[in-house]
Design a protein around this ligand. Structure first.
Ligand SMILES: NC(=O)c1ccc[n+]([C@@H]2O[C@H](COP(=O)([O-])OP(=O)(O)OC[C@H]3O[C@@H](n4cnc5c(N)ncnc54)[C@H](O)[C@@H]3O)[C@@H](O)[C@H]2O)c1
Length: 256
C-alpha cells in the first residue's frame, strides 16, 4: 500500500480524473475526503467506495466561493483528523476567446482555475505544518506549458497554476511541504467536450479532437486512471525528493 495511513483531500473529486484519484488513493490505504459541487455525483462516489470497503467521505462545496473553498478544507481536516495530501484538481475550460468576452464567464474561469488553487494551498498549509509536512498537487494542463488555440484564457490560467507551483515549492519547502503540478493532455472525461466541442456541434467536436490527436505522438486521448496514477506517485513518499515539478501526462504532446 503506497499511501498507508495518509490523510488525503481531493477537490473536484466526484468525476473524471479526480474521482479516479479518490478511489486509487483509498485503494492504496489513504483515508480520503472528496470535495465537489455536484452532490449527486458525490453520493454516487460514496456508494461506490462503500461497496468496495474504501475509507472515503464526501463534502459538497462550490469552490468558486471563497468561504466554501476555505471552509471545505477545514471541514475535511476536522473529519480526517489532519491533512497530509492535497490534490487541488478543480478547473473549467472557460470562454473560447478574448473577443466579445463574457466577463462573468471569464471571472469564473479565473476563480475556479487559479483562485481555488491559491485558496486551497493557503488553507491546507497550516494543517500540513501541524503534521510536520505534506504534499500538495495542483492540476494544470498541457495548456499550462504551451499555448492553446482552442482555449487562450484557460491556458493563461493554467500557466498561472504552474507559476504558483514553482513559487510555493520554494516557499513551503522549509515546512516539509512538497508542491507539484500534473499537466494532463486531452483526456477522455466529461470535461473534454468543453475544450473541443464548445459549439455543441458533434461534427466540430470530432474534427477538433482529430486535430488535437494528430499532435499526440501516442495517438490517443488520456484516461482518467493514467492521470490518477501520476498524481498518486507525485503525492506519495516515492516522490520525496521531487518538488516544483510540472509533469506532463500527455502522450508526448509537449515533446514536439
Ligand atoms: N479532461 C481533460 O481533457 C483535461 C485536460 C487537461 C487538464 N484538465 C483539468 O483536469 C481538471 C478536471 O478535469 P476532469 O477531466 O477530471 O473533469 P470532469 O468534468 O470529469 O470533473 C470536473 C469536476 O469538477 C466539479 N466542479 C465543477 N465546478 C465546480 C465548483 N464550482 N466547485 C466544486 N467542484 C466543481 C464537477 O462537479 C466535476 O465533478 C481541471 O482542472 C481541468 O482543467 C482536464
Amino acid at each position: 500500500m503506497r499511501l498507508q495511513g495518509k490523510l488525503a483531500v481531493v477537490t473536484a473529486g466526484a468525476s473524471g480524473m479526480g474521482k479516479a484519484g479518490v478511489l486509487r488513493f483509498a485503494r492504496e490505504g489513504a483515508r480520503v475526503a472528496a470535495i465537489d459541487i455536484d452532490i449527486g455525483a458525490l453520493n454516487a462516489l460514496a456508494e461506490e467506495a462503500k461497496a468496495e470497503g474504501l475509507d472515503v467521505f464526501v463534502i459538497q462545496a462550490d469552490l468558486s466561493d471563497e468561504a466554501q473553498a476555505k471552509g471545505s478544507i477545514d471541514n475535511a481536516a476536522e473529519r480526517l483528523g489532519g491533512i497530509d495530501l492535497l490534490w487541488a484538481h478543480a478547473g473549467i475550460p472557460g470562454p473560447a476567446s478574448t473577443e466579445d468576452l463574457d466577463m462573468a464567464a471569464y471571472q469564473k474561469a479565473v476563480t475556479l482555475n487559479v483562485t481555488s488553487a491559491v485558496l486551497a494551498s493557503g488553507q491546507v498549509a497550516r494543517h500540513m505544518r501541524k503534521r510536520g509536512g505534506g504534499s500538495i498537487l495542483f492540476t494544470a494542463s498541457v495548456s499550462g506549458l504551451v499555448g492553446s488555440m482552442f482555449s487562450p484564457i484557460y491556458s493563461s490560467c493554467k500557466f498561472a497554476v504552474v507559476g504558483l507551483t514553482k513559487s510555493l515549492a520554494q516557499r513551503f519547502a522549509p515546512d516539509g511541504i512538497r508542491v507539484n503540478v500534473v499537466c494532463p493532455g486531452l483526456s477522455d472525461t466529461p470535461m473534454m467536450a468543453g475544450f473541443v466541442g464548445r459549439s455543441g456541434d458533434p461534427a466540430e467536436q470530432a474534427a477538433n479532437e482529430q486535430k488535437m490527436l494528430a499532435s499526440v505522438p501516442l495517438g490517443r486521448l488520456g484516461k482518467a486512471d493514467e492521470i490518477a496514477n501520476a498524481a498518486l506517485w507525485l503525492l506519495s513518499d516515492e516522490a520525496s525528493f521531487v518538488t516544483g515539478v510540472a509533469l506532463p501526462v500527455d502522450g508526448g504532446y509537449t515533446c514536439r
